[in-house]
Each structure stands twice: as C-alpha cells, then as structure tokens.
Design a protein. Sequence first.
Length: 491
Amino acid sequence: ADHVRNKLGGSNLFVVSNREPYIHSRQDGAIKVTIPASGLVTAIEPILCACNGTWIAQGSGNADREVVDSHDCLQVPPEDPKYTLRRVWLTKEEEEGYYYGFANEGLWPLCHMAHTRPVFRTSDWSYYNEVNARFADALVEQIADEQAPVVLIQDYHFALLPRMIKERLPHARVAIFWHIPWPNPESFSICPWQQELLDGLLGADLIGFHVQAHCNNFLNTVDRVLEAQVDWERFSVRHKNHWSSVLPFPISVDFLEQGTVKTDSNTAEERSQLIAELGIETTYLGVGVDRLDYTKGIVERFLAVESFLERHPRYQGRFTFIQIGAPTRSNIPQYANFQRDVENEAARINERFGRGRWKPIVLLSRQHSHKEVERYYRLAHLCMVTSLHDGMNLVSKEFIATRDDLRGVLILSLFTGASRELRDAIIVNPYDTEATGEAIAQALEMDVSEIADRMQRMRNAVSDHNIYWWAGNLIGDLCDLRLSRNTVLKT
Ligand code: G6P
C-alpha cells in the first residue's frame, strides 16, 4: 500500500467505474449495505482504502435515490470510512441504453470470444455518449482546481471519457484500464462506432490491458482504423498530436487481506459440517464461483463433471461440484436464458447420476458475501475456472490467496489472462469436455506434496504481484509520462 502512495506523490487519486463498491438499499426501513459480485470492485477497493481518494460510480441501491443533486457524496467503507464515494444516478432509460444496451449487449460480447452476437443500436450508442458525458461532468466537478490530479478510468463502460476529460482538464494525468479482452481488428470492426471508441480511448495518456496480447490487438485495431502513428517499439500511439502508451498490467487481489485465514482449523470437520448444511452426502468437493455470465463456461464445466463421473465411476457417490452463481445483468435476454440453461444442465446431470443423498452438482444461484465464498474456497479439494474467455479472472487468484494450508488444486482455462501467470494450475481447454473431466481426476489423485508445491509457487506469484503492485505500476507509469508532449489535444 505504501508503494502506491509513494507513486502518487502528493497527487489525489480519482477513480471512475460503472459499478459502485457499496450498494445501499432500504429494507423494512433500515439501510442494508451489500458488496456487488464484481472482479473490478474486489481489485479496486483496497487501493482506494490505501489512498483515500475519490471513487465516482453509478448509484445502484434504492436507499439514496432521492439524493439526486450533483454533490451526492458518501464516506465509505460504511463501518470505517476511508475515502469518498460519489454516485451518479442514471434514469431508467440511460441505464437501459448505456449499461444493458451498448456496454453489455454490444461491447461485452464484441470483446469476448464466446460466440454471442453483439447487438448495436443507435439509441444505445446515444445513451452511452450521454452517460459518458455525465460522468465527465461529475469528474470535472470533483477534481475542481486540483493541481495534479491522477485519474484512473475503469473499463468498457467509459471508452469516450478519457478524451472528454483531457479536453477539459489537459493537466490531469488520465489512464483507462480495460478489464476485459480486446479482440482482433476483424472482430472489433463489427462495431459501427469503432472509430469513435478508439478516438475516445486515445484521449488517455495511458491505456492498460491485462496482457500483452490484448495490447497488440488494440494497437493493430488502431493501425487499421485510424490515421494514427503506432510506435511498436515503445507501444504507443500518436493521434491528434497526443501520445498514449498502451501497456499490460495484470490485475490481482489483496493477498495479505485474503491470506489471514487460520491454518490450524480442523478442515475435515468443517467440511463435514458444510456438507451437512447442504443436505447432501459426499466425500470430495469441487467449487466454482462466477457471475452467471455466458463467458464463464459454466455449462462446459458441468459437462466436464459429467464426463468425469462417466469415465471414473468410482467417484460416483463421492464427488460433488458446488457452483456458486451470482445472478447478473438479468434484464438482458441472453443472461436470463443462460441462467435457465445452467439450471437445466445441473438438473439433468443430477437426475442422471444422483442417488440417495448424494448429488453430483449443487447449484447455489444467489449472491454470496466474500466471507461465505472464502469458506467454500477453503474447504474444497479443487476449484474450477473454465471461462471461455476472460480478461484476467480474479476467482483463480482469490482461491490461491485463501489456501494458506497449501491444499487445493486449481483447474484453470487457458483462455483466461490468469493462465499466463498461474502456470502451476492444471490448465485446460474448456471446450474439450473429456480433457477437462480428466483434469478433475488428476486433481483428486494428485500427491499432497505436489499439491503443496504447486500451491506454494502460485501463492508466491500472487503475493509478489498483488493488487498494490498492479496499482503502483499503473500509477507509477502514468506519473512518469511526460505530459509536455500531450499539450495539443484538438486538431
Ligand atoms: C466484469 C467487468 C467489470 C464488472 C464486472 C461485474 O468483470 O469487467 O467492469 O464490474 O464484470 O459486472 P457488472 O455488470 O455487474 O458490473
């Protein structure tokens, strides 16, 4: 955390994201605070706590919706305030068009190779522009007359924001971090507004992705679409007389925070207790934790469990896979259909194999707190992350951070950014059902000393490259850029 503060020098930090870290809802008169299921929130929250900056995000609870004036600020975390949260409240139409529409029916499937067709509507695009402008107003107002503000914009919801900010505040240091993959130029060209999106992003001084491959795809897209100069040696782009650096910053988790679990607890006993609470009988546990999103490969994972039970019948009656699935973006038809597919598939496999009180799959479709999820991570023999495509995937790193007992095997999709760092996971292609099923057998039969060695190496990787390392590098690189070459912004 000191590392991040040092990199900031005396500057104040401003973060913008769509998702807010604390949702305040009124239930039976009282205000209940929940933390949303979001990799972005998990990653960014410790940084804000360490640097007491300002986080600007969409207001999403129902508790304070009446506070729609422009200075809607709270101090959070609620129990121990450390930074400022400013909410921007959107109308129903704005949220439909900008968030559900352009961001999640358009850009999300555009950037993930999950074979879901993106939908682009002109009306959604207008709302996307409008909401980016509303966030620009909020940010400019918050920054007021700061001398050297550092602005970190998060994700695909705000591709137009960097340019909007730099036009109004040329002295601000602006980075945007894209938390999802960037596809190849052919795929990206489906988007009717590719030029505008690239132009908006290139307002930033620094554009960050999780891995080099996404940077390369981005630079190739720019090369093809814009009249811009791409410097492949310095990974930067000159556009409208302004330079933007394009670099990888693999995101991570707050390792220390996650690693505080006691090692001396009686795991076997706790596991039996959990199994009893679930109302089942079984010996071995696998776990998966995801938003119920079609990019996460949840159906493929269930098929792998089915194949494993078919090919290794001795585990019938003894292995149960627990899927924690947080409902997400349910207004979008693909998501509602996906949730149904996941439920049907689990029911079919349970029907096929289940007997007595043993079930092969337990599907828990509701949001769980970090604490609840940690319990599953800690008691499972293996964790499966089988995304069809994923920028990084922080579930894999959270699982590792939790396992200070050096037990537990990670099965990880090769289509996640994390697979490039966590080489000691069992790496699988989730489209290959049999091989992924075999990975389950390999995990359950792995020697304890091998499990410990692999886990130790992965823990070292995550602890060296934790979230503070990520933020320190991002902020450090942003602050090291010479803004002098950025002075002329408009052509
Ligand atoms: C992905 C995105 C994040 C987002 C998260 C949850 O990880 O990159 O920006 O916060 O999904 O999605 P939601 O739509 O619920 O915010």
